[in-house]
Ligand binder design. Structure first.
Ligand SMILES: C[C@H](O)[C@H](O)[C@@H](O)C(=O)CO
Ligand SMILES: [Mn+2]
Length: 418
């Protein structure tokens, strides 16, 4: 098998060289592009603060596949298993509800010490961590509002939670030597016709201003805000809409988070990257797969996943665009979900880097749109898969679906015993 992969790789290298693409250079570049895996695929977004509580905030993990992680040790073991089957650089994205503490700690009182096991684990595995305040699944978010709440006390509780989260994020960055991107997403919105659409947005803007007022080292911590179109139970009005978040991020020069599932069904985030990059310093992507709604299905190698990766590669935005994942499928093996989704994100990045972009740009600038379309289509069937398999071998991970037997073995030995 290894020999066949090596032979196919040598031939593929020649095919790509013929169109001006240096495959070795592409592989080296791909080595340095981390994908931030989201911890919440492993336990259906329950966390360890109140794992038996209800998931609220207008999001849903559907399915009842056995073996979800019930504590941080199980989650870390599951993430390690998944990561061992995914080639290249990876990070882990944590939500605040994944804290570890012997005593109950409310969200406004979380501290770096509640994440010390995660930091030690990340050091051991040479991983960067990213972070998120968790503004959902809590009694004070039960009426649908958090940072934009009309009640000053409740609003202040969430402001304090986000401030505490920023300090934890900066702690990650300082101790792991790589900036933690902290994404603020609030579920705030209304189910039905909303009369005052302005007040909550004014409150959200000033709450966010208070949240980001403490100066933190940008080498340790990056702020990002995530918009949304609607949530379950908040179908008519979302405070943190796309326009709100783009306006906020561009006026405050924070990063903007684009989640593939947070727009109208015919809108795509791949086309928003070039616009947003004109106005914000950085983007965080939540690569996901919406099926009819923000369903957070596992990422597949579909046109939009490819278009997102291609857009980043064509404009050489790898130092400004942070690639994260956001899906949670409880109907299939959760480790397989991570492996499938993350491998697909990386396959899309590889294919994007193998594109003969300079030639395509030349055809376009010369007005040769026939040549542009012909080349775009022909290069889809070039032997990128041979490069992928060789890259997997170099990273000592399975090149083909043999990773699945490892996941099945882990399921029998570990997940089914839970
Ligand atoms: C856990 C959530 O999915 C996540 O924090 C947020 O990014 C989101 O996309 C909510 O729809
Ligand atoms: Mn998201």
């Amino acid at each position: 098998m290894t020999k066949l992969i090596e032979q196919a790789f040598e031939l593929a290298k020649q095919r790509y060289a013929a169109i001006g693409v240096d495959v070795e250079k592409v592989m080296a570049q791909l080595d340095g592009i981390p994908v931030s895996m989201h911890c919440w695929q492993g336990d259906d977004v329950r966390g360890f603060e109140n794992p038996n509580g209800e998931l609220t905030g207008g999001i849903q993990a559907t399915g009842n596949y056995p073996g979800r992680a019930r504590n941080a040790d199980e989650l870390r073991s599951d993430v390690e298993k998944a990561m061992s089957l995914i080639p290249g650089a990876k990070r882990l994205n944590l939500h605040a509800i994944y804290l570890e503490s012997d005593k109950p700690v409310d969200r406004d009182a979380i501290e770096p010490k509640h994440f010390s096991n995660w930091v030690e684990w990340a050091k051991t595995h040479k991983l960067g961590l990213d972070f998120n305040p968790s503004c959902f699944s809590h009694p004070l978010s039960a009426d649908g509002f958090t940072l934009s709440h009309a009640d000053k006390g409740i609003r202040q509780f969430w402001i304090e939670h986000c401030k505490a989260s920023r300090r934890i994020s900066a702690h990650f960055g300082e101790h792991l030597g790589t900036a933690s991107v902290m994404n603020i997403w609030v579920p705030d919105g209304m189910k039905d016709l909303t009369v005052d659409r302005l007040g909550p947005r004014q409150r959200l803007a000033s709450a966010l201003d208070e949240v980001i007022s403490e100066k933190l080292n940008p080498a340790h911590h990056i702020d990002a805000v995530e918009s949304k179109l609607f949530g379950i139970g908040a179908e008519s009005y979302t405070v943190g809409s796309n326009e709100f978040c783009l306006g906020y991020a561009s006026s405050r020069q924070t990063a903007l988070t684009l989640d593939a599932g947070h727009f109208h069904p015919t809108e795509v985030i791949s086309d928003k990257i070039s616009t947003a990059m004109l106005y914000v310093p950085r983007l965080l992507l939540h690569v996901s797969r919406p099926v009819r709604w923000d369903s957070d299905h596992v990422v597949i190698l579909d046109d939009e996943t490819q278009a997102i990766a291609t857009e980043i590669a064509r404009h050489k935005l790898f130092d400004k665009v942070h690639i994260g994942l956001d899906f949670f499928d409880a109907s299939i093996n959760r480790i397989a979900a991570w492996v499938i989704g993350t491998r697909n994100a990386k396959k899309a990045l590889l294919r994007a880097l193998l594109e003969p972009t300079d030639q395509l740009r030349k055809l376009e600038s010369e007005g040769d749109y026939t040549g542009r379309l012909a080349m775009l289509e022909e290069q889809k069937s070039l032997p990128w898969q041979a490069v992928w398999e060789a890259w997997c071998l170099r990273h000592d991970v399975p090149a083909d679906t043999s990773w699945l037997s490892e996941v099945r073995h882990y399921e029998q030995q570990t997940l089914r015993q839970r």
